[in-house]
Write a protein that binds this ligand. Structure first.
Ligand code: ARG
Length: 458
């Protein structure tokens, strides 16, 4: 026989290899606070419903407080043969309070218990992501505010396209992370639902009150269907997707920072505290933080794919496969939270090299669209203006000049509509200032974006 909590019908001991293979206590002990809170809520609910006496519920609750204390002070002895954290805690509780400990599991299954604890845990993690994302949006907004006059090439296909302000570029990221924040809030809404009272899968004959348990735990809602309550893991999968998207956004900035740090660009000065050196090449200052963040993005995708794959073939309701939901989430949680936080700190310390950005503006005819628009203003159809400008660019390229470096006579040879006033529109500052369309890189739009983000942050 075995002394397991479920050992009643078993005549043989579990094989040691099976204990190793099936245990989850080595990692789900992370959830002890949530599991204990869930048990206390369940005990109080049982008393409220007259299933337990209030003295019994009080004894259980105090016993659980003691277990919590033992865990937090490192005195608690986790036992692998007890399989998971739920059974470790319950069996220690029974040692402390005696036979009444056996009443805690009335109208409850570990299936409800684990779903409750994990939901509480995911909500708690997502709350931390929210705080970190708020800081990140604040940092990008502050960087925008400090760099409204700095211009750099805007790229498409990583080829010079049109000038933009550095502020506008920073704000693009602020908006992405603000959307990520709203996705996290959404995930919290759906995760914050309490499965207690599902009683393994079918509900129970005891007069349970799931709303009371939910309210005790500060959770927002109750389930509508007990089968769904114990076997739904969408709250984890959508959190992992949201984490994957956050990492995708971070990875794009990392890629840009790596390019910008290359001396051919020289747009940024990587802060020493966020760079590393080479063991052989003394001159090196490498963007390892960015590279690792880009690399860790793949790991978080893996966590998402891992759980999607785990769940896709599962019949209702609970299956033990679901125990494999925890490690991917723990891994992604750690990675996403650290990445968002480090990006905020690194961006805060980032130095920009406005001179090199300005030099880069002069390479690649970023004002060609300005010339074409100028010709349109003189009555030439856009397609023809595009063609004329293309010819002017080809000529400038041959003579190794920018459009703005050509003489009026040279320019006039492409169209007699070109006058002295062309030089105003060929200036890069003017190109940015003249972009007055809503959401564009022009100063009014940038100001409005900053104001809107500031208001959201406040
Ligand atoms: N350790 C399990 C998990 O993480 C808890 C639920 C186990 N339930 C069961 N009937 N075996 O999913």
């Amino acid at each position: 026989a075995d002394n397991k909590l479920w050992g009643g019908r078993f005549a043989q001991k579990t094989a040691a290899s099976v204990e190793d293979y099936t245990e989850s206590v080595s990692y789900d002990q992370n959830l002890y606070r949530e599991d204990i809170a869930g048990s206390q809520a369940h005990a109080r609910m049982l008393a409220e419903q007259g299933v337990l006496t209030s003295e019994e519920a009080e004894t259980l609750s105090r016993g659980l407080d003691q277990v919590l204390e033992e865990i937090e002070s490192g005195k608690f002895e986790w036992k692998k043969e007890m399989e998971d954290l739920h059974m470790n805690i319950e069996s220690r509780l029974t040692e402390i309070v005696g036979a009444v400990g056996g009443k805690l599991h009335t109208g409850r299954s570990r299936n409800d218990q684990v779903a409750t604890a994990f939901r509480l845990h995911v909500v708690r993690s997502l709350e931390a992501w929210k705080v970190a994302l708020e800081k990140l949006v604040a940092v990008f907004t502050a960087k925008a505010e400090a760099n409204t006059d700095v211009l750099l090439p805007g790229y498409t296909h990583l080829q010079p396209a049109q000038p933009v302000s550095l502020a506008h570029h920073m704000l693009a990221y602020a908006w992405m992370f603000k959307r990520d924040h709203s996705r996290v809030c959404d995930c919290i809404k759906r995760a914050n639902v309490c499965p207690l009272g599902a009683a393994a899968l079918a509900g129970t004959t005891y007069p349970l009150n799931p709303a009371f348990s939910a309210q005790q735990l500060g959770m927002e809602g109750t389930f509508r269907n007990s089968l769904d309550a114990v076997s739904d893991r969408d709250f984890v999968m959508e959190s992992l997707f949201t984490g994957s998207l956050i990492m995708t956004h971070l990875s794009r900035i990392c890629e840009e920072l790596i390019i910008w740090a290359n001396p051919c660009f020289g747009f940024i000065k990587l802060p020493d505290a966020f760079s590393t050196g080479s063991s052989i090449m003394p001159q090196k200052k490498n963007p390892d933080v960015c590279e690792l963040m880009r690399g860790k993005t793949g790991r978080v995708f893996g966590d998402l794919i891992s759980l999607l794959t785990t769940v896709k073939g599962l019949p209702l309701a609970y299956n033990r496969d679901m125990q494999e939901d925890k490690e991917p989430f723990f891994d992604a949680d750690k990675t996403v939270h650290a990445s968002v936080s480090i990006m905020a700190d690194m961006m805060e310390a980032m130095g920009f090299n406005a001179d090199n950005m300005e030099k880069a503006l002069k390479k690649g005819f970023l004002n060609a669209t300005e010339l074409a628009d100028y010709l349109v203003g003189k009555g030439i159809p856009f397609r023809e203006a595009h063609h004329i400008t293309g010819a002017a660019v080809a000529h400038a390229e041959k003579t190794a000049k920018g459009l703005e470096d050509m003489s009026l006579e040279e320019l006039k040879s492409f169209s007699d509509k070109i006058d002295e006033d062309v030089f105003e529109v060929l200036s890069y500052e003017a190109a940015v200032k003249r972009r007055v369309s809503p959401g564009g890189t022009g100063p009014e739009s940038v100001k409005a974006q900053i104001a809107e983000l500031r208001e959201w942050l406040a």
